[in-house]
Design a protein around this ligand. Structure first.
Ligand code: HEC
Ligand code: HEC
Ligand code: HEC
Ligand code: HEC
Ligand code: HEC
Length: 483
């Protein structure tokens, strides 16, 4: 073979390459390269659109596809080099190659191979690509693929006001930058799940969560949510009658076009509040800095160190109050109040509230154990203490007993070590410190001013623990079902 021959035949240098590439390592490489190229082409139009709705495409387009693509690119020459070495050593490497015409069997074989894999890829890609992306975006993927790990969040989510908002809408949000970041941490979490090293319970707060104002405000624009809002809290006492009382609060929500209120004071135009917490869950906040139009005020408790004392300083956003918009877990007392107010658990069975709360606070190491012991304990109480009532109202007692178990099931996840109080709620101040992390009257400025603990700063207390608050009859709000 002379160089002359090569140029005359056109592609003569290609013949040895085609011969060499006919080995299984290179062919696997070819499959990988064509598959990832075809999938990438299918995703191209969606990624070009800015990918607003589908952050998970990012995993495919930017994290999953390059792996097989470059892996394939590497395998092709590797296979050729190995084949050349093998054939050189055993002296079967052909001294000459047939011309590159259709008669060349190696060329035909390679062409058919690439042609067929591409067709198969297009068929599969067009069917799978779109639905795979839709699937990964779905609540099922987030909540159920890692079933045990996400079970607490998924369960709480289903009965939350956001049960129709996809997980990715809050956890990733629109735009390119954050999905790469959250995908990298997602990949880390997948590994943790795979090797069973993920911490239980999953720690909160989520450190690389996108700033809330990017995600929440894509649905809740400030102009919209600021009107005062009536809040009725139902309570059942520990007495024999499970006495039902109501607290009525008018929440001064504010913000946007609706006055300053709660939202306006912390997040209004020109306002930033920064704080330092001394614990992981941000429950202990000794140092707060208010920056508002025209003034800066530092508030500190007696134990605070200057500038937060080196603790990480965080700028307040929606999540610092709304930390459980979608995964909220109740304490036993509140769980029971809600179930009784909804009429799920009878409030006419003597001491039902007190008994149930005591039973709920017991230790049950698994769902099975709880299912065996909780309803049985509730029923047994009436069998032993109120046999006459038990004889008359057995069906009602059994149904209520099941609902006591349901309260436990909604809030406790033994496999994930989620127990009562594992995830504090930052709105309010009765079950957890919440607003009182700062508004406890102990955060003082140089001039003696404190962050307000005035009972009417955040809400008007229209009624507190009343049996039939006049305000509710005046407004024509009908008594709840449980009455
Ligand atoms: C309305 C917005 C929203 C939606 C929808 C949402 N989350 Fe969350 N999620 C949050 C916030 C806020 C936090 C707490 C962040 C913090 O405290 O830093 C959180 C925390 C978490 C955590 C960390 C553990 C914890 O409870 O703090 C996991 C895991 C989680 N979410 C999974 C999910 C899954 C799975 C879905 C869908 C089934 C989902 N989230 C839907 C807003 C949301
Ligand atoms: C994809 C849209 C969407 C996103 C993103 C979203 N929400 Fe919502 N949110 C809703 C809808 C819809 C409702 C109303 C549900 C209803 O009325 O039942 C709601 C209701 C609420 C409520 C009122 C709950 C109640 O008790 O009535 C709060 C508070 C709230 N969202 C906070 C947040 C916060 C904080 C974030 C960011 C972490 C967020 N939302 C992100 C759509 C969204
Ligand atoms: C200082 C704490 C705090 C911050 C920060 C905060 N909120 Fe709120 N938000 C509240 C309280 C308190 C309520 C009233 C809850 C209730 O009704 O019980 C509320 C109510 C709401 C509601 C329901 C309003 C209605 O009319 O039903 C929405 C929506 C909401 N917030 C969204 C947001 C968004 C979005 C952000 C971030 C831009 C945010 N909040 C920041 C404390 C806060
Ligand atoms: C990280 C600390 C912090 C937390 C947590 C916090 N606040 Fe505040 N709050 C402040 C600061 C700082 C001010 C402004 C003080 C000033 O004007 O100098 C303020 C002011 C207010 C005001 C205006 C009070 C007045 O007298 O004008 C209201 C209302 C309010 N907060 C409601 C809430 C509610 C409701 C919550 C809980 C959902 C909450 N805050 C949680 C720091 C906090
Ligand atoms: C910094 C704001 C703030 C201050 C100050 C404040 N509250 Fe509240 N309060 C709240 C919020 C927020 C909630 C929760 C509303 C909800 O359930 O969403 C709440 C809830 C309540 C409830 C209902 C409790 C329950 O079990 O759900 C009562 C009662 C109450 N407050 C009384 C008071 C009294 C009395 C004071 C004065 C000592 C006071 N609050 C001061 C913000 C405040």
């Amino acid at each position: 073979m002379t160089p002359n021959n090569f140029s005359k035949r056109g592609g003569g240098w290609l013949s040895p390459l085609i011969h060499l590439s006919n080995n299984w390592i290179s062919l696997v490489g070819v499959v990988l390269v064509t598959t990832s190229t075809v999938f990438w082409l299918f995703l191209l139009p969606i990624t070009m659109k800015g990918d607003a709705a589908n952050p998970y495409i990012g995993i495919l387009a930017y994290l999953t596809i390059p792996g097989p693509f470059f892996g394939g690119l590497f395998l092709v020459p590797l296979g050729m080099w190995l084949k050349r070495r093998r054939e050189g050593r055993t002296n079967i490497y052909p001294p000459e190659f047939p011309t590159l015409t259709w008669a060349n069997p190696e060329l035909r074989k390679l062409t058919y191979f690439i042609g067929i894999t591409t067709v198969i890829n297009i068929v599969i890609g067009s069917q799978v690509g779109y639905s795979a992306v839709n699937y990964m975006d779905s609540v099922t993927f987030c909540g159920q693929t890692c079933h045990t790990v996400m079970e607490p969040e998924f369960t709480a989510y289903q009965s939350s006001p956001h049960s129709r908002v996809e997980c990715v809408k809050c956890h990733i949000g629109p735009g390119a930058g954050w999905f790469v970041q959250s995908k990298l941490s997602g990949a880390r979490q997948l590994l943790a799940v795979a090797f069973n090293t993920s911490p239980r319970p999953i720690p909160t707060p989520v450190h690389n969560l996108r700033p809330a104002r990017d995600t929440c405000e894509s649905c809740h624009w400030p102009q919209k949510y600021g009107e005062d809002r009536l809040r009725v809290v139902n309570k059942f006492a520990d007495d024999e009658a499970n006495s039902h009382t109501k607290t009525v609060l008018l929440m001064k929500i504010g913000g946007g076009n609706h006055g300053i209120g709660i939202h306006g004071t912390h997040l209004g135009p020109g306002v930033t509040i920064r704080y330092a917490a001394t614990d992981e869950q941000r429950q202990n906040i000794p140092w707060v800095e208010y920056n508002g139009p025209g003034r800066q005020t530092l508030y500190a408790t007696a134990e605070a160190k200057p500038n937060g004392g080196g603790a990480p300083i965080r700028e307040m956003d929606c999540m610092d109050c709304h930390n459980r918009p979608s995964h909220s877990y109740d304490l036993p007392d509140r769980g029971m109040d809600k179930a009784m107010a909804a009429g799920l658990i009878s409030n006419t069975l003597p001491f039902a509230k007190k008994q149930a709360v005591e039973i709920l606070k017991g230790t049950y190491l698994s769902r099975d154990e709880a299912a065996r012991k909780i309803p049985a304990a509730f029923t047994k109480y009436y069998q032993d203490t109120y046999p006459a009532i038990y004889a008359q109202r057995q069906a009602e007692i059994t149904a209520s007993a099941k609902q006591v178990l349901a309260v436990w099931n909604r809030n406790i996840f033994p496999e994930m070590k989620v127990t009562w109080g594992a995830y504090p709620i930052n709105i309010g101040h009765t079950d957890y410190p919440g607003c009182y992390r700062c508004h406890d009257g102990g955060h003082t400025a140089k001039d003696g001013k404190t962050i307000s603990q005035d009972c009417n700063a955040c809400h008007n207390l229209l009624a507190m623990d009343e049996v039939a608050p006049k305000i509710l009859t005046d407004l024509g709000i009908i008594e709840s079902k449980a009455k």
